[in-house]
Structure formats: C-alpha cells, structure tokens
Design a protein around this ligand. Structure first.
Ligand code: NAD
Ligand code: UDP
Ligand code: UDP
Length: 341
C-alpha cells in the first residue's frame, strides 16, 4: 500500500517528499504562503511530508512561488482574503499574511490594518475552534525607531502612532496583543516571532526594499538610490535561517515573543558598497531624500532565541547575497523580455 502511495500517486515531477505516518503527519495552514517567506516555509514543510494548505489573496504573493507543488496530494491552495472568515481543519497555523515592504503596506494603509487585526482575529478564532497552535509573524517594526540598541524582546518600542509606517507597526502590535488576549482568555497556544529584515530568492522584484532595489539597480547599471545619508543601519538575515527559526519556535514550548534576525549590523551605505562589489561593474550611487520616520538603527538581540530555541543564523551575508543576486539576475532578464531557460 505504502509503495503504491509513494511510487504511484505522487508523480516524478515533484521533489522527493519524506514519508510521515498518521501520528507524525501534521495538517498545517500557512496564511500568506504564496509570498516570499511563506513559500520557503511551504517547501520545507512539504519536503518533511506534512499536509500544507496555503491561503493567500495574491496581493504581493504569486502562484509561481509554490506552483511546483500544484497537484501534489499533500498540497492545497485557497484563493481567499483572510479578512473574511476561513473554515478549515488544521493542527498548526503559521500566520504570515500581510504585506511586508513599506511601499506595499503603505499602498492601502487601512487594508494593512484590517489584514493584521481582523485577519488575525479570524485566524485566532480558527485556531480556537480547531485547537490548533498558531504562530503570528510579527516584526522588528514593533520597536519603531528604537531608543534601545540592540533591541531585546523586553523593549516596548518607540512607534509614531500617526506616521506613515503606523498602519503596519501598530497593526502588528495589535496583532501581538490579540494573540496574548486569546492565550489568556481562551487558553490558546500562541507563538510570536518578531522578524527582522529578511532577504533571499523570491523577494518581490518591485517591493522597494533595500536588498531588491540595490541588487536590481546594480544589475541594470542604474544609479543606486540611498535614502537620506545612508548612515541608518539594518541587520539582514537570509530566508532559510528565518524559516528554521519559525519552525523551531512553533515546535518549542516558548510562548513569549522571540526575535528572529541576524545581529550583523551594517549602515545602508556599507550595504550598497557590498552589493556593488558582489555584482561587479561600475555603479553610481546617489543620496536621495530621507524617508519619513525611517528607523535609524536596527539590530536584534537574539539571546532569547539562542536560549529557548537553540537557534542562531547560519548563512553569511556574502553567501546569502550571492544566491539572491543569482535569483534576481534571472528575474531581471525575464522582466526585460529575455527568454530564460
Ligand atoms: P510577502 O508580501 O512576500 O508575503 C505576504 C503574503 O501575504 C503575500 O503572498 C500576500 O499576497 C499575502 N497577503 C497579504 N494580505 C493578505 C490578506 N488580506 N489575505 C490573504 N493573504 C494576504 O511578505 P514576506 O516578506 O513574505 O512577509 C511574510 C510575513 O513576515 C508578513 O507578515 C510580514 O509582516 C512578516 N515580516 C517580514 C519581514 C521581511 O523582511 N520579509 C520582516 C518582518 C516581518
Ligand atoms: N473564525 C474563522 N474560522 C473559524 C472560527 C472562527 O474565521 O474556524 C472567525 C469568526 O468568524 C470570528 C473570529 O474568527 O469572526 C473570531 O472567532 P471567535 O470564536 O474568537 O469569536 P466570536 O465568533 O465569538 O466572535
Ligand atoms: N533604503 C534605501 N534605498 C532604497 C530602499 C531602502 O536607502 O532603495 C533604505 C531605507 O530608507 C531604510 C533601509 O534602506 O533605511 C531598509 O529599508 P527597507 O524598505 O528594505 O526595510 P525597512 O525600512 O522596513 O527596514
């Protein structure tokens, strides 16, 4: 029976999937699973042999990110907005649905708020009904423009509640509040990941984030646009490290928020120089107008993740950027109308 299942129904076009028996196989819902981070998580959980359901409204996600699983018996995709209630039966929920890059989340601020508040209530309500564990993808933006450096989970943050970034920052803060309200009141089993800047293949080409912008500009021989003086800092983690961290958090017994990020901090100017040298060629760099409420420093304190999840990032910036540049080289060719095999 097993043999015919493994060799018969699953066609050779799919990557090899581990076999899970009925005791170990989990039914996992990933909201925002067609997006950048979500699709990498889909891959990892599918390869482990779990049943994965993606729910996505394709605002910033793409079917292409998960199309290699279409037709696989363990995989399902639902085209739906999480602001409307969703009824499925699952054991775990990775709740990632939300635009993540500033231009995307500012595109329709009210929608961003609804997704992270009403959408999160729906996913918590779902988790409550079916008794599922739920992990909420929060963000380092809950710390705002931080006065404490590096940022540890005990810092309450410094967010401008009426600024252009507030629709995202405050909605994620309410998202966290909702998780702990359900945990206290409904005994829900919650996990909260505060994710710091993440990059890698499948980032949206036009998402306006610094990594995609700089790489694409360098590949196209365009001027690299540094906002402000470029002395603001960020710390970038590669997507596979984040996926490992999210899974470690889900599988741990730790219920308070946990920072997931790479503590290696660079100024944006340093970062532009690193990308220029990795892509090669001569690129001009231009300092443009600073963006409003841009956090000036950001670096995660990851002691909690190390202690409770035994997790720390493994992929170096050079290694991660090389893979990302490889990905964008093909994407840029495609979008410029070249045939890529
Ligand atoms: P992404 O934009 O690539 O993915 C988000 C996905 O959610 C997309 O597929 C999008 O279509 C979907 N989505 C958005 N609104 C939805 C809605 N109302 N209903 C259903 N689906 C919806 O972004 P990402 O970088 O993969 O981010 C994933 C999560 O991680 C987000 O919650 C984000 O806030 C968080 N996060 C990401 C970063 C980062 O650097 N990438 C940093 C901090 C936090
Ligand atoms: N909900 C959902 N799927 C479910 C269960 C609930 O989308 O399987 C939604 C439900 O529509 C409600 C929200 O989650 O709007 C919160 O549910 P909860 O049970 O906490 O609240 P109530 O329904 O009592 O308002
Ligand atoms: N940034 C930049 N040029 C760009 C895009 C971004 O200088 O083309 C800067 C931006 O002002 C911020 C940092 O890079 O200081 C990171 O921006 P991103 O939008 O990637 O993420 P976030 O601000 O959410 O951390």
């Amino acid at each position: 029976k097993l043999k015919s299942f493994e060799g018969g129904r699953i066609s050779k076009k799919y990557p090899d999937v581990k076999f899970q028996n009925y005791r170990t196989k989990k039914r996992i819902l990933i909201t925002g699973g067609a997006g950048f981070v979500g699709s990498h998580l889909v891959d990892k959980l599918m390869l482990m042999g779990h049943e994965v359901t993606v729910v996505d409204n394709f605002f910033t996600g793409r079917k292409e990110n998960v199309e290699h699983w279409f037709g696989h018996p363990n995989f399902e995709i639902i085209h739906q907005d999480i602001v409307t209630p969703l009824f499925v039966e699952v054991d775990e929920i990775y709740h990632l649905a939300s635009p993540a890059s500033p231009p995307h989340y500012m595109f329709n601020p009210v929608k961003t708020i609804k997704t992270n508040t009403i959408g999160t209530i729906n996913m918590l309500g779902l988790a409550k009904r079916v008794g599922a564990k739920i992990l909420f993808a929060s963000t380092s933006e809950v710390y705002g423009d931080p006065e404490v450096h590096p940022q540890s989970e005990t810092y309450w943050g410094h967010v401008n509640p009426i600024g252009p970034r507030a629709c995202y920052d405050e909605a994620k803060r309410v998202g966290e509040t909702l998780c702990y309200a359900y945990a206290r009141h409904e005994k829900l089993n919650v996990r909260v990941a505060r994710i710091f800047n993440t990059y890698g293949p499948r980032m949206h080409m036009n998402d306006g984030r610094v990594v995609s912008n700089f790489i694409i500009q360098a590949l196209r021989n365009e001027t690299i646009t540094v906002y402000g003086l470029g002395n603001q800092t960020r710390s970038f983690q590669y997507v596979s490290d984040l996926v490992d961290g999210l899974m470690a958090l889900m599988n741990s017994n730790y219920t308070l928020p946990v920072n997931l990020g790479n503590p290696l901090e660079h100024t944006i100017l340093e970062f532009a120089t690193i990308i220029k040298s990795l892509v090669g060629g001569e690129h001009a760099m231009k300092l443009t107008k600073a963006v409003e409420d841009d956090p000036q420093r950001r670096k995660p304190d990851i002691k909690r993740a190390k202690k409770y999840l035994d997790w720390e990032p493994k992929v170096s910036l050079n290694e991660g950027l090389k893979k990302t540049i490889e990905y964008f080289t093909i994407e840029v060719k495609r979008s410029d109308g070249h045939k890529v095999t």
